[in-house]
Ligand binder design. Structure first.
Ligand SMILES: Cc1ncc(COP(=O)(O)O)c(C=O)c1O
Length: 422
């Protein structure tokens, strides 16, 4: 159980191999070894309120909008994964981001955001926070010098995502953290795609790691959640205060499901990343495929950055590729897939396919989509645990169908509904 201590439950060795080892251990044993007689599986506390004994007497938990033992357990685990104090958990990744922006910024402040981030982040900044007077602008963060020249006198927060959604371009977290520190701004890194198992933003200089735990962390498509993890206790307290005021805490049930999902996170990240690398190599050079994006295919400085920034020689389970024939070919491809499910989601044990231009990034203005490489023919694959041969067989027949202009929609009409729910 969590004791809300500000120390990780396990000592953190300084060598990178030992560090990976400790992160993997924390996925299973955060809070320390299981004492005799204790349940192997974490307990869940569904109660909304906790008895207080006497007026003014302090107890660990009083009301589950503020804190809850199961949510605190998850928070300790997430902190342990990054050698940090307990993180702050939210109902969704977007609730975490909202709390971050509302905590770091006031009306008149500015957020400098990478141009390639999850479409919901762009939407929140452009369509909600701008109305509250929080300004934002977007920059090609793959070039740190552009980040520096895009700073404004009122920049309070730099927000990046690496590898970025959906093009998988990389940003040098260390270089941008130096720029942020010199400017007196916070740096937040959306680490949803790699998780702490494959990338440790705080060790590289970020102030906060941002997660949609809905994705790889939970991993089985059964629980929504979000989290912010950092090492500054005062900032964490402010985030908790915003969460209490806005009522954005995670439910105990979702926290419990996420705790259970995390137990297999290192195994899933390894297996899914290895399959993704094999698929990327298979897709490259295939007829009808114009470009493939996965860090294993990068060369030069981008490859060097991937090798330096990512852990265990693994580069994540998301592959993006662009097929010839634009939006029509993209639609034909997505409706022809049988094994790979068409969904607005990543990070599950099944292989998932997304057509960003009509799904996750549909509300991102067309010119910004073009600038950050979200072309009409771009497809995003979140690779699951299926045998690689089965995924190749599915992609192969879908590619044939996409390249054949005579292919027709299956019964029931279009499979790729274009409403952007996520
Ligand atoms: C990289 C990334 N960050 C944040 C989010 C938002 O998370 P949630 O859907 O849990 O609100 C998503 C959702 O797809 C995402 O892919």
């Amino acid at each position: 159980m969590s004791d809300h201590s500000s120390q990780p439950s396990f000592d953190r060795p300084t060598d990178p191999a030992g560090e990976t080892h400790q992160t993997h251990l924390a996925c299973l044993h955060s809070g320390g070894p299981t004492p005799a007689g204790a349940p192997l599986v974490r307990t869940i506390t569904q109660s909304t309120a906790f008895a207080q004994g006497a007026v003014g007497a302090s107890t660990d938990h009083q009301y589950s909008r503020v804190s809850n033992p199961t949510v605190a357990d998850l928070e300790q685990t997430l902190g342990d994964l990054e050698a940090a104090p307990p993180g702050v958990c939210f109902s969704t990744g977007m609730a975490a981001e909202t709390a971050l922006f509302l905590t770091a910024c006031r009306a008149g402040d500015h957020v400098l955001c990478a141009r390639s981030v999850y479409g919901g982040t762009t939407r929140l900044l452009r369509q909600v926070l701008s109305g509250l007077g929080i300004e934002s602008s977007f920059v090609d963060a793959t070039d740190p010098s552009r980040v520096r020249t895009s700073l404004q006198h009122n920049t309070r927060l730099i927000f990046i995502e690496t590898p970025a959604n959906p093009t998988l371009e990389l940003t040098d977290i260390g270089a941008v953290s130096t720029i942020a520190r010199e400017a007196g701004a916070l740096l937040a890194v959306d680490n949803t795609f790699l998780t702490p198992v494959l990338q440790q933003p705080l060790d590289l200089g970020a102030d906060l790691s941002v997660y949609s735990t809905t994705k790889f962390m939970e991993g089985h498509s059964i629980a929504m959640g979000g989290a912010l993890v950092g090492r500054n206790p005062e900032l964490l307290d402010r985030l908790r205060f915003t969460r209490k005021c806005t009522g954005a805490i995670q439910t105990p049930h979702n926290a419990w499901l996420t705790l259970n999902g995390i137990r297999t996170l290192p195994l899933r990240m390894r297996s899914q990343s290895e399959t993704a690398a094999r698929l990327a190599a298979w897709l490259k050079g295939r007829a009808g495929v114009r470009a493939v994006h996965h860090p294993t295919l990068y060369s030069g400085p981008a490859r060097a950055l991937a090798d330096a920034q990512h852990l265990d020689g693994l580069h994540g389970a998301v592959v993006a590729f662009e097929i010839e024939g634009g939006i029509d070919a993209g639609r034909r491809f997505s409706r022809s897939c049988r094994l790979c499910a068409l969904v607005e989601h990543v990070g599950s044990v099944e292989t998932l396919l997304t057509h960003p231009a009509t799904m996750t990034h549909a509300e991102v203005p067309a010119e910004q989509r073009a600038e950050c490489g979200v072309t009409d023919g771009l497809l995003r694959l979140s690779v699951g645990l299926e045998p690689v041969e089965a995924i190749i067989a599915d992609l192969s027949q879908a590619l044939d169908a996409a390249m054949s202009t005579s292919s027709v929609a299956p019964e029931g009409g279009e499979k790729d509904g274009c409403a952007s729910a996520a």
